[in-house]
Design a protein around this ligand. Structure first.
Ligand SMILES: [Zn+2]
Length: 221
């Protein structure tokens, strides 16, 4: 008794498995042989040393390493996304909102408002307003005038500088060798060197005044 030939469906598809003969080129043994003979030679993985650099996340404050050539990066701790480009912001710049792991410089002749800057090191010599957050160092130079929110890990005012912050600046540690007008809030230490002048109220865990240093204002609790 023979089975009737299964009828072809409308599309011509014959619903039967394809049986491969042992001696065909798809035979198990041959595939195995060919598999071995054609297998690419496996080299031990060569590790290429990518130059890395340390960065501090301006959002969570934790440090990590990124490839030195990376144009952008994501913080492994808080997933915040940043570019890595450094910027010099001059009057008329279109970069008013920045989140970068690079450094930002605002030169003396720059006058800019409505800025929102998050970066690594920040140097301000010009007249600016907005929100500024430096994950590492903030330096206020020359005759800098800053209005708005200003925070950094460390703040320095070099000697010869006479800078104004309105209403206040917040930092972990502060080194004043020049003059700072405005309220200063430091989580750790404020050091006013002999050439330094702090004209405004100050809150700090520790306030060091060198001989000749000036502080006019209240020491806030
Ligand atoms: Zn982070």
């Amino acid at each position: 008794m023979t089975h009737p030939e299964p009828s072809l469906s409308a599309s011509g598809y014959r619903p039967q498995p394809l049986l491969v003969q042992e001696d065909s080129c798809y035979g198990v043994e041959r595939v195995r042989e060919r598999g071995f003979s054609f297998a690419p030679q496996v080299h031990r993985e060569e590790r290429v040393k990518v130059p890395m650099r340390d960065v501090v996340c301006p959002v969570c404050g934790k440090s990590s390493q990124i490839p030195a050539a990376a144009l952008s990066a994501q913080c492994v701790h808080c997933r915040a996304h940043f570019e890595t480009t450094p910027y010099v912001l001059r009057s008329g710049t279109r970069h008013r909102i920045l989140r970068t792991l690079g450094n930002v410089v605002i030169p003396e002749d720059a006058e800019l408002s409505h800025l929102d800057i998050t970066c690594s090191d920040l140097v301000i010599s010009g007249k600016v307003s907005g929100r500024f957050c430096a994950a590492r160092r903030l330096e206020l130079r020359g005759r800098a005038r800053v209005t708005g929110e200003l925070s950094a890990d460390s703040l320095s005012v070099p000697s010869g500088a006479s800078v104004t912050v309105t209403p206040s600046v917040m930092s972990q540690n502060v080194e004043l060798r020049g003059e700072l007008r405005g309220r200063l809030i430091a989580k750790r230490q404020v050091h006013v060197y002999s050439s330094g002048r702090l004209l405004g109220d100050c809150r700090a865990e520790k306030l060091l005044l060198d001989p000749g240093a000036v502080h006019e204002g209240f020491l806030l609790k």
